[in-house]
Structures are given as structure tokens and as C-alpha cells.
Design a protein around this ligand. Structure first.
Ligand SMILES: [Zn+2]
Length: 89
């Protein structure tokens, strides 16, 4: 079941969480999974960074990280994200 997400566009200027070298590493340590593929449902590229996003159509104000390719991490439309999300804040 995919989660509908909307990227937070300040991602490129947001530093990695303290104690982690990247948001991708943070996601891997939080979920216990290996971030190999982009989590966007229709994308099959390798994950190269941790996208920062909120849930779309939701009152949930938390910010989440999911593994994404360079393109999907910068998308401005809604994304269907497969797999677990790591809570960033
Ligand atoms: Zn992608």
C-alpha cells in the first residue's frame, strides 16, 4: 500500500540529521532496511538521497524521509511512495 506524499522543497538545504552522514543513512538505520531503489511507485532508479516529505491530504504535520533518486527527490507533484517512512521531525 503506497502512501501519498508531497516533497518539502527545502530538502536541498536541510542538513542530515545529527549523527548521520546523510538522510539516506538515517532512513536505513531507522528502518533497518537497505535503501537500494527509489521508493516512488513508478520509478525504478537507484536511490541516491533521502527525500523530505509530508503526507498529502492529511492532518499529520510530521516530516518524513524516504529513499529517492535525484529526480523524485525534487518532484513538486504528489508521489506514491512504497515502503516504510522514517520520521524526521
Ligand atoms: Zn525516482
Amino acid at each position: 500500500m503506497a502512501t501519498v506524499m508531497k516533497n518539502v522543497m527545502s530538502a536541498s538545504v536541510t542538513p542530515a540529521p545529527e549523527g548521520f552522514s546523510s538522510r539516506l543513512e538515517y532512513w536505513e538505520k531507522s528502518t533497518g532496511l537497505k535503501a537500494d531503489r527509489c521508493a516512488h511507485e513508478i520509478c525504478d532508479r537507484p536511490a541516491t538521497e533521502g527525500a523530505i516529505a509530508r503526507r498529502a491530504f492529511s492532518s499529520d504535520n510530521k516530516v518524513y524521509v524516504f529513499p529517492a533518486c535525484e529526480t523524485c527527490a525534487r518532484r513538486t507533484e504528489m508521489l506514491y511512495v512504497d515502503g516504510p517512512l522514517a520520521i524526521l521531525s
